[in-house]
Write a protein that binds this ligand. Structure first.
Ligand SMILES: CC(C)(COP(=O)(O)OP(=O)(O)OC[C@H]1O[C@@H](n2cnc3c(N)ncnc32)[C@H](O)[C@@H]1OP(=O)(O)O)[C@@H](O)C(=O)NCCC(=O)NCCS
Length: 269
């Protein structure tokens, strides 16, 4: 039978599914050791300070290994590594009562990360400034990006260690990656990297030098990441920010990113 071909349904926008976003984020900051445990990723990266590379991400519970045995294996794993046991708990964590079990077992609840998402097209509109044209793209293992990160990192304490660690992160990421930096007055002012996978782009490692705050540097860097991801066909953007990062939250509102979910950690006390 001939006739007018059925109209194709519009391509569905990927939804902000926490399970998917937890997978994407695990791929965007890949741990050096990953122990597969019946749907959980037991991650261990002694050389990095990031909680997300040193925690269990309980993506699924297939039931091949009883839950109590899994909890015991995790304890053994981190004991062997000489690290505290840490779980990354999100609405996607499996089994669903895992957080309650850890609470009962005496694990301390530690505030974590808010995940924001939004359409790339909207972010491109809300971040458009002339400054974005000056953003510089770096090859995956480009030490100049890490040098730019160090140049932006005028904080004390653990943040300093992050810059050193990002050199390793960039070398390990599997999906397409763009490392971006931006200068103001001839000095590194803001940095971030983007990772594209399954129609999504994650914006990671976003940092502005403290004395360059408020000049639109981060906004321009996020625009550059979004523009690069758009060229690769990404339609949705996610941004992870510490729950206490009030300035980042204000900016995420301005960029049109909506709260998707909040994750927290459970750590041996
Ligand atoms: C969050 C963070 C990255 C923001 O960096 P930033 O470069 O100051 O951000 P922007 O300048 O792009 O933000 C927009 C601000 O600049 C202003 N601005 C934007 N474009 C501007 C321009 N062309 N000229 C002057 N000001 C401009 C905006 O009005 C806004 O100012 P306000 O917040 O004081 O109202 C920075 O505070 C930071 O590094 N924090 C620590 C790490 C962190 O939290 N990272 C984020 C994790 S997601």
């Amino acid at each position: 039978m001939t006739g007018v071909p059925a109209e194709r349904p519009p391509p569905t926008e990927p939804t902000a599914d926490p399970g998917l976003l937890e997978e994407l984020a695990a791929n965007a900051v890949p741990a050096s050791t990953v122990w597969l445990l019946d749907g959980w990723l037991v991650r261990h990266t002694p050389e990095w300070p990031f909680e997300r590379a040193n925690s269990v991400v309980p993506l699924a519970h297939h039931g091949r290994t009883p839950i109590d045995d899994k909890l015991a294996v995790v304890e053994e794993c981190y004991r062997h590594a000489g690290r505290p046991v840490r779980y990354q708990i999100s609405p996607a964590s499996q089994p669903a009562d895992l957080d309650d079990r850890l609470e009962v077992a005496g694990y301390e609840r530690v505030p974590g990360i808010e995940v924001r998402t939004g359409p790339v097209a909207r972010v491109l509109e809300t971040t458009a400034t002339g400054l974005a044209r000056t953003a510089r793209f770096h090859a995956t293992t480009d030490d100049r990006w890490v040098a730019a990160w160090r140049g932006c990192d005028d904080a004390e304490g653990p943040v300093r260690a992050f810059g050193e660690s990002y050199a390793g992160v960039l070398r390990r990421i599997g999906p397409p990656l763009a490392a971006i930096s931006l200068e103001l007055d001839g000095r590194p002012a803001s940095v971030a990297f983007g990772v594209v996978e399954r129609g999504w782009v994650g914006v990671l490692g976003l940092l502005t030098r403290a004395d360059a705050y408020g000049h639109g540097a981060a906004t321009a860097v996020v625009h550059a990441v979004a523009a690069w991801a758009h060229r690769l066909g990404a339609t949705r953007l996610y941004l992870q920010m510490p729950v206490e990062a009030t300035r980042a939250r204000t900016l995420a509102d301005r960029w049109g990113l909506e709260p998707a979910y909040v994750l927290h950690y459970r750590v041996t006390s």
